[in-house]
Design a protein around this ligand. Sequence first.
Ligand SMILES: NC(=O)c1ccc[n+]([C@@H]2O[C@H](COP(=O)([O-])OP(=O)(O)OC[C@H]3O[C@@H](n4cnc5c(N)ncnc54)[C@H](O)[C@@H]3O)[C@@H](O)[C@H]2O)c1
Length: 251
Amino acid sequence: MTDRLQGKTILVTGAASGIGRTVATAFVAEGARVVFSDRDAAGAEGAAADAGGGAVGVHLDVTDEESVARAFAAVADRGWRLDVVVANAGVQLFGQDAPVADLDLDVWQRTLAVNLTGTFLTLKHAVRALSDRGGSIVVTGSPTGLNGEGRDFTAYSSSKAGVHGLVRTVAAAYADRGIRVNTVVPGYTETPLVTTISQDAASRAAIVGRTPLGRPGTPQDVVGVMVHLASDESSFSTGAIFRVDGGMTSL
Ligand SMILES: NC(=O)c1ccc[n+]([C@@H]2O[C@H](COP(=O)([O-])OP(=O)(O)OC[C@H]3O[C@@H](n4cnc5c(N)ncnc54)[C@H](O)[C@@H]3O)[C@@H](O)[C@H]2O)c1
């Protein structure tokens, strides 16, 4: 523990698994009081218990505004004031998402409901929770929202491009209230989200081949930048995209 987040209260969505769980656990190790939230309530509670440090798990389905509002209210009811929110929950519908001519409307809508509308609802309630004294919001973006990496995933890629735009808009609207909003773009990161790729040798080799640093990412790879953005070290950064993608979108 180095206590870079001592005194901060942080809510993370999608914290039952993968990147969200690892980042939320790292926040606890850095001294923060952390609310692990997820539509998988038992998973969020288990992850919080494993992290220790007084972390709690709550149910939060980002597609349902009442659920989002309830989760933020539950934090306030404890007498806790949020300093940081990480909007990280996301889905990628492998086997269903497709090039545009083959994409079902239902798959498009289910993807956008979580990734784009869910991020909108999270940011709406995060801004309300932070607005009296400012704070930091971090959103998980994707290389597929920056270039043609996700050409076979029209819905996912479009949702993430939307998220990147949403971040800039919210950052611009609330900069004068001291609310900073930034995007972290992980590269190909081996989590339960991408087992379709990680368990298929050819697909895995192909995506690693498109990663200049030549290896898959791990959730731990984004911890450094996430802690930086959650802390006051990043107090002059807003509306920015922080790429942690092994060079995938930069080289
Ligand atoms: N893994 C990658 O290669 C990669 C790359 C770039 C960006 N991302 C993004 O990182 C974020 C985290 O993904 P991950 O790889 O850790 O995936 P993951 O599947 O391991 O974790 C995602 C978590 O989000 C939760 N979730 C899904 N729908 C939800 C909802 N409606 N409400 C609340 N929680 C919900 C899931 O229950 C799960 O715990 C996502 O936004 C994803 O798009 C992942």
